[in-house]
Design a protein around this ligand. Structure first.
Ligand code: HAM
Length: 428
């Protein structure tokens, strides 16, 4: 017996067969429309980037555990992109002279992270990225939060189905240092601890806090501030709040787009102030749908010019889970609208001519490649989701006619060739 290779894709990666691809095309098509409507322009870039750009800016989790790296024959160390933000920062920095800021760009890359596959997490995922570059204004935050809501609404989601939880890392730093008494050296580790807060059990969190050097009392205080919601804002110094774009949003007419949540800190290292995540309100889906924030100096990897950015990545896995859970997943499209069936091989050219007319009128049309009995062709057309067939018989054809049959209505009519488009349209 020959030993066959597995037909399953590599662990943590997925095949998308046509039915699934059709659902995805519809879903992403709605999202591209929303982005284009707001003036976001689509870009793309290479899947391979120098490993260093992630090692220097994305943070330890990505650099140490999740990066797929390779060394080329020429000795370059490259990585499969785990995310798009460093790539887009590179493109913006490299083309800054010719760009008119603020720049609104979006992309839809596949990203690779070596993670343990589980619900909401795979090793290759697709991410819609949308970012605004070149402005420090809180209006960027508002625009990004509005965009999130527009994208969700374009998919049929209502506000009760999801929550946009936002924070500002500077507000959290202030709370941690001024209220909990965390030292500057401890701050990065405490941020990582906060990022794990909802994913770990309390004993583990408390053990990690002890390892970082926090006392039991400090751990209690930390627990208290993280669950205090917007009440925390009253305890923070005015000066810190004055400089916060997030506080500006919370004091504006756009406040209801978000929920202030001190627990949101995000795992990536480059965020400098605003951070946010979008969650499904259904407990079945615990992983974030979107993650994003503001990064004021990511472009500094590539240029001395200060180019702030703010944006998000929306993942396909959690999005499809969300749509399934809420009954919002669109149906796959059928293969074709119409099948044109010649009764004999001799009528193949005739049926190609009919099919050509139908396609010109925008009807998705196929013809059999290997002719079988009419009954079998009708069953096949039905299974392909066609709503009509056109039967081309010799006698009809000689008289300049064809027969149109509605597959749902089962009504059949013989029409002149010139009337075939109209007859098919009325039988759909
Ligand atoms: P992120 O939070 O790492 O952010 O990823 C964004 C979203 O991508 C997540 O909320 C999740 O939906 C999805 N995602 C991430 N990793 C996986 C995975 N292993 N499997 C399935 N889905 C995943 C970023 O990547 C930032 N670069 C986003 C950004 C753009 N920030 C500013 N601009």
């Amino acid at each position: 017996m020959p030993e066959y290779l597995p037909t399953a894709p590599a662990k943590g990666t997925r095949d998308f067969l046509p039915a699934e691809m059709s659902v995805r095309t519809q879903v992403f098509g709605h999202l591209y429309d929303v982005l284009e409507l707001r003036g976001f322009l689509r870009y793309d870039g290479p899947i391979l980037e120098p490993a260093e750009i992630y090692e220097r800016k994305s943070g330890q989790e990505i650099a140490d555990q999740q990066l797929y790296t390779l060394t080329t024959k020429g000795g370059e160390r490259l990585a499969l992109r785990p995310e798009m933000t460093p790539s887009v920062a590179r493109m913006i920095a490299g083309n800054a002279k010719s760009l008119q800021f603020p720049v609104r760009w979006y992309s839809h890359p596949n990203c690779h992270r070596y993670e343990r596959p589980q619900r909401g997490r795979v090793r290759e995922h697709w991410q819609i990225n949308a970012d605004i570059f070149g402005s420090d204004s809180a209006n960027c935050e508002i625009e990004i939060f509005e965009l999130v809501h527009d994208m969700m609404s374009a998919l049929g989601a209502t506000p009760d189905m999801f929550q946009v939880r936002a924070n500002d890392r500077n507000l959290l730093s202030s709370a941690l240092t001024d209220i909990v008494g965390v030292t500057t050296e401890q701050l990065p580790q405490v941020f990582t601890l906060v990022d794990r807060w909802e994913k770990s059990d309390r004993t583990k969190l408390s053990d990690t806090a002890t390892e970082i050097g926090l006392t039991d009392k400090q751990f209690e205080k930390l627990t208290e501030i993280l669950s205090s919601g917007s009440a925390l804002l009253d305890e923070l110094p005015e000066q810190v709040k004055e400089n916060s774009n997030l506080v500006k949003v919370l004091n504006s007419g756009a406040a209801d787009l978000i929920t202030f949540d001190p627990m949101i800190v995000r795992g990536l290292a480059y965020y400098t102030s605003t951070v946010f995540e979008v969650f499904d309100t259904s407990p079945e889906n615990r992983r974030a749908l979107f993650g994003g924030g503001r990064y004021s100096d990511l472009a500094s990897l590539f240029t001395s010019q200060q180019i702030p950015g703010i944006g998000f990545g929306m993942g396909d896995v959690t999005l499809i889970d969300f749509l399934d859970t809420h009954g919002l997943t669109p149906k796959p499209r059928s293969e074709v609208d119409v099948v044109v069936i010649p009764v004999t091989e001799e009528l193949t050219d005739a049926s190609r001519e009919v099919a050509g007319r139908l396609r010109k009128a925008g009807l998705r049309t196929s013809t059999p490649v290997e002719l079988r009995k009419l009954g079998k062709e009708l069953t096949r057309a039905d299974k392909a989701g066609a709503r009509a067939v056109v039967i081309v018989g010799q006698e009809d054809w000689d008289a300049g006619n064809v027969t149109v049959r509605g597959l749902a209505t089962r009504e059949q009519q013989t029409v002149a060739l010139d009337g075939v488009v109209e007859a098919v349209n009325s039988s759909l």
